[in-house]
Design a protein around this ligand. Sequence first.
Ligand code: ATP
Length: 231
Amino acid sequence: MIGDFMLWLEETGSTQNILKEFSFPYGTVVVANRQWEGRGRFGRKWHSEEGGLYFSFLLRAEDFKELLPLPLVVGYGVLLQIERKGFKPMLKWVNDVYVSGKKVCGVLVERSKEKVVVGVGINLNQKEFPSDLMATSLYMLRNEVFEKKDFLLETLEILDRVLEEFKNFGFEKFRPAIRQRLMFLGEEVVVYSQEPVVGIFEDIDQEGSLLLRTAQGLLKFNAGKVSLRGS
Ligand code: ATP
């Protein structure tokens, strides 16, 4: 089970790097109260100050028939936990969770051979963010402090269940529930992949890829960033 073995650090560069660089059993979770080199996709900085929940866990690639939808499935698991706390989160394709139009969670999936390292950053109790970030924390949304350890254990329990189902039944099982909670679905968006492409966010397919209705027809994206057109 995810979290049978857990390492909880006061501070580290990146919880992702610990699992990538050292040998741990599958399911190991590394948590840190602060990271000085927390990162998102494409090496972008993930702000990891005191108050947030930052953890990574280790999966075995061969346990999964498909890995492409993993960021969406993990994001969905975190979303369920945030929903359970009474918020109304949305998934921003392909790896973020938003509440009230601001990011509260980011997911990062990195693979090296058999190792799949999944990183999750949840803005739990931070009191502020730099003004250029469209970020918020659960504390800022509701003026309530969340006990970090409880929140982590509850999240891991959900992730364990969701990932078991994903292993056994595949992405198709999650598609309807994820679709219901997708930001910008049916709206005009820009997808930034190699270059920006404008179209209507029509759907996600059976691999979790984004389907964009454009003047050139239906385009499919496996990765990239999606924004509402004009924002
Ligand atoms: P974005 O639309 O924000 O660029 P992304 O999915 O492309 O989303 P990620 O790689 O998931 O980005 O995360 C990195 C980005 O998230 C950073 O460039 C920054 O804009 C934003 N960010 C960094 N730290 C935080 C945080 N603690 N909370 C919310 N957003 C953050």
